[in-house]
Design a protein around this ligand. Structure first.
Ligand code: UDP
Ligand code: MN
Length: 265
């Protein structure tokens, strides 16, 4: 007897193998918004099955408050650190999140053999649908990202089901003028490109990484979000908050405020 189409979730998990694993690489760094961003992202990822979250801090040491939050959210995770090299920290325009993402790639090369990887910055907004779509990526999948430049969206331009170009407010001579949140890569494909990595080149991180996966034909790019007609990921940016004022310990010692102050930056 065949299993009815509307099988319960439990029946499905008994009768079907688990879906391919997703490896989500999230670069993050200590700042007033960090715990808020990771709270929002973490509880989004909690809706996704067979997902492994690589949270990689641009820091010397893991931040204890972040470790505590990750344990609480309880999505399977590794909490790693990869500090931006000192020579780039002095720059006015910094290669943000590059050391962290390359550390994530290194972790995947050492620990994963199949599934799909995705670079999910801590401050974006993700519709959980995109995770189940990207899971079946054979080489590289792409889709639109909202709130990028004055165009409002960055997307492959699709005609008759194939990529004919890219719509993005800043092309900058890039072969792949796309956002970090707009593509996923299969782990097997990454492993077949042992030299693939992300360059420390502000504005060209995505382009440099995708080019390092070559050979890859535009016709091989798998188009998600209903042939790039939907926006499932948004490049939200949080307002920058000032650091919290120091606490007057003469006045507030032995109160709850001492605990709260330890959480803040
Ligand atoms: N990031 C980092 N170190 C930094 C600045 C940023 O690890 O010094 C991380 C940040 O948490 C985010 C990603 O890198 O996940 C991209 O940074 P941001 O959101 O500031 O860049 P934008 O979206 O404005 O390009
Ligand atoms: Mn961002």
């Amino acid at each position: 007897m065949s299993i009815p189409r509307i099988a319960s979730l439990q029946q499905q998990s008994i009768s079907e193998p688990p879906p391919p694993p997703l490896y989500i690489i999230t670069p993050t760094y200590r700042r007033p918004e960090q715990l808020a961003e990771l709270t929002r992202l973490g509880y989004t990822l909690k809706h996704v099955v067979n997902l492994y979250w690589l949270v990689i801090e641009d820091a010397e040491e893991p931040t204890p408050q972040v470790t505590k939050l990750l344990q609480k959210i309880n999505v399977p995770f590794s909490h790693l650190v990869a500090q931006m090299p000192a020579k780039y920290r002095k720059n006015k325009v910094k290669p943000r999140g590059v050391s962290n993402r390359n550390r994530g790639l290194e972790w995947i090369r050492a620990n994963a053999s199949d599934g799909v990887l995705y670079f999910a910055d801590d401050d974006n907004t993700y519709d959980v649908e995109i995770f189940d779509e990207m899971r079946y990526t054979k080489k590289v999948s792409m889709w639109p990202v909202g709130l990028i430049t004055k165009f409002g969206v960055s997307s492959p331009i699709v005609k008759n089901g194939t990529v004919v170009g890219f719509y993005d407010g800043w092309i900058g001579g890039r072969k792949y003028p796309v956002d970090m949140a707009s593509f996923s890569v299969s782990v097997r494909f990454l492993l077949s490109r042992p030299n693939a990595s992300m360059p420390y080149k502000p504005g060209y991180e995505e382009d440099g990484f995708l080019k390092s996966l070559s050979p890859l034909k535009l016709t091989e790019i798998e188009l998600l979000a209903s042939n790039c007609t939907e926006i499932l990921v948004w490049h939200t940016q949080s307002k920058k908050n000032p650091n919290a004022m120091s606490l007057d310990m003469g006045k507030y010692n032995n109160t709850n405020l001492v605990h709260l102050r330890n959480i803040l930056v």
